[in-house]
Design a protein. Structure first.
Length: 272
């Protein structure tokens, strides 16, 4: 396959499928606010995920479970106002789609109408098939999410690698094929063995986006605050930190405090 990079003025769900078929890897990062979205989009990212990880990163919760639909709409609306090129995918939060397909559709419609997002993402396979189908039938694009599904953390009891045993791996492969068949435009695979992720990516025609799933996926996603080094307590093997903003920001704040205390700020050029 060709690896030549094509210039896309606007990323759509079709663009991502074309990128897979052309052998071009897909880049995906999170954003939760206007300022970050402008920077990430301006850098040329393909997909912005307004993730329920905002529950951890922005609100300080231990898990993704507490964030509400209203809060996700707020974050997604802020992101949408900051983008020109990226496809914006919004997580449906815990409790808004698992129990009732009609509620799932209502939640997805609110995301699309009130935030302007381009697609939604749901965690799970065959157990939420009816909810996904109901959303897809309404014309709303859906990205799937298999492997480690953080909304099910209390079921798993740990954030360890998923699908290492044969039965779980087979279920994951079956779920991926099912998600493709019913109409999902892409799937996130989180924290699964690299060989399994590569096998899944080859078995489907839609893009597989990995996080902790090895290089055989069609694209990669990270939490922006993690890859920028704004967080320091989170150190999974799959995370590459491209900056150490935690240290740099701390130094800047300390310098500002020192300058204010000493009277150095503001100087003659910084006043009217």
């Amino acid at each position: 396959m060709s690896t030549a990079k094509k210039e896309y003025k606007r990323i759509t769900t079709k663009t991502l499928v074309d990128m897979k078929h052309n052998g071009e890897k897909i880049s995906m990062l999170t954003a939760y606010d206007y300022t970050m979205a402008r920077i990430v989009d301006g850098a040329g990212i393909d997909v912005i995920l307004v993730g329920d990880s905002a529950s951890n990163v922005m609100a300080g919760h231990e898990t993704t479970l507490p964030i509400t639909l209203d809060q996700m709409i707020y974050h997604a609306s802020s992101v949408i106002r900051g983008i020109n090129r990226s496809l914006v995918v919004v997580d449906l939060p815990f409790g808004t789609y698992q129990s009732d397909p009609k509620e799932a559709l209502r939640s997805a419609i609110r995301i699309m109408k009130e935030s302007g997002g381009h697609a939604v993402k749901l965690e799970g396979g065959r157990e939420i098939k009816d909810s996904i189908k109901r959303i897809l039938n309404a014309g709303i694009p859906v990205m799937g999410h298999l492997g480690l599904t953080p909304q099910s953390i209390y079921k798993f009891g740990t954030y360890t690698v998923r699908a290492k045993d044969k039965d779980e791996a087979e279920k994951l492969k079956e779920d991926a094929l099912m998600l493709e068949k019913i109409g999902c435009f892409a799937i996130v695979l989180e924290k699964v063995p690299a060989s399994l992720a590569a096998e899944v990516a080859k078995s489907v025609q839609i893009p597989i986006i990995g996080i902790g799933a090895g290089p055989g996926c069609d694209g990669q996603v990270l939490v922006t605050h993690d890859m920028l080094g704004m967080t320091y307590e989170f150190n999974p093997r799959f995370l590459r930190r491209y900056l150490d903003l935690y240290s740099e920001m701390t130094h800047a704040f300390e310098k500002y405090i020192s300058d204010v205390k000493s009277g150095d700020f503001p100087n003659e050029d910084e006043q009217y």
